[in-house]
Design a binder for this molecule. Structure first.
Ligand SMILES: C[S@@+](CC[C@H](N)C(=O)[O-])C[C@H]1O[C@@H](n2cnc3c(N)ncnc32)[C@H](O)[C@@H]1O
Length: 259
């Protein structure tokens, strides 16, 4: 096989949060296969490559995982330099592992270019450190897509032992909250919903675990990251002063809170 596939993390949305390696791979790419959540602002970084969306977009089902594997393998066998561009980090709920396995099985040379995951970047940009000395010494990241996936993880976690970060969890936020409350978490534990992080339209909801289930979404229909834990209380201080400190370089609106 003459071609090469790079499984590249695109970060949470702001092109400035791409890695230098990601930018180099994009510049040289013949073909960029991207997901729906990847920011259109990244396109100018791969001027010579053909861009092709394989993700789910409004009204379309997107490509099956098998079809994506076939596209990657075919393009590489044709000798192309392919970038498989995924939001955040390719190996965090991005099915990048499956694509790497398919490429390895087909004998296609590939690499992984890690990205900045929304799991830590969305909280950081809102002024929430996921760990903080004296408050909490760990964090867990779960998929909130299916109760069967997150319930066993959250039930195995003693209350307040770690910050809980949930991706894809907005639809089941009431279930998530009731699992944590049932496990003995303090109802007044600070909680946040962070949407469109690292973009100009970023919005957040800040409240308490007991209100998470009924929280009104700042951006209905948009994906978001949920954070539960004492560290969320730092958002009030660090969110505001972070904006002030970065001054003109700050993305306008990236720290705006609706509550
Ligand atoms: C399929 S997962 C992929 C995660 C990605 N691989 C990563 O490492 O960030 C998509 C989920 O990531 C979270 N997410 C991605 N981009 C986000 C952003 N800009 N702001 C807030 N949450 C985001 C949301 O929970 C969304 O449902």
């Amino acid at each position: 096989v003459k071609g090469f596939v790079s499984l590249v993390g695109a970060g949470p949305g702001d092109p400035d949060l791409l890695t230098l390696k990601a930018v180099r791979r994009l510049r040289k790419a013949d073909l960029v296969l991207f997901d729906a959540l990847v920011s259109p602002r990244l396109r100018r970084l791969a001027p010579r490559g053909r861009w092709f969306c394989v993700g789910k977009r409004a009204g379309t089902l997107g490509f099956s995982q098998d079809a994506i594997h076939r596209l990657l393998i075919k393009a590489a066998r044709r000798g192309q330099r392919v970038v498989r561009l995924k939001g955040g980090d390719p190996f965090v709920f991005g099915r990048g592992g499956e694509e790497a396995l398919a490429l390895a099985a087909a004998g296609v040379p590939f690499e992984v270019v890690p990205g900045v995951t929304a799991a830590t970047a969305a909280p950081a940009l809102a002024g929430i450190p996921v760990t903080h000395r004296g408050l909490v010494s760990g964090f867990v990241v779960v998929s909130g897509h299916a109760e069967a996936a997150f319930r066993p993880v959250l039930e195995g976690l003693p209350p307040h032992a770690a910050t809980v970060v949930v991706l894809m969890g907005l639809t089941l936020r009431a279930t998530l909250a009731s699992v944590l409350l049932g496990r003995g978490w303090e109802p007044r534990t600070p909680a946040a919903i962070l949407q469109a992080a690292a973009s100009r339209g970023a919005r957040s909801w800040l409240g308490r675990l007991q209100e998470l289930g009924t929280a009104e979404l700042p951006l209905p229909g948009a994906p978001g990251t949920i954070v539960v834990g004492r560290v969320v209380s730092l958002a009030g201080v660090l969110g505001a002063s972070q904006g002030a400190a970065t001054g003109a370089d700050a993305e306008p609106g990236s720290l705006r809170s609706t509550r």
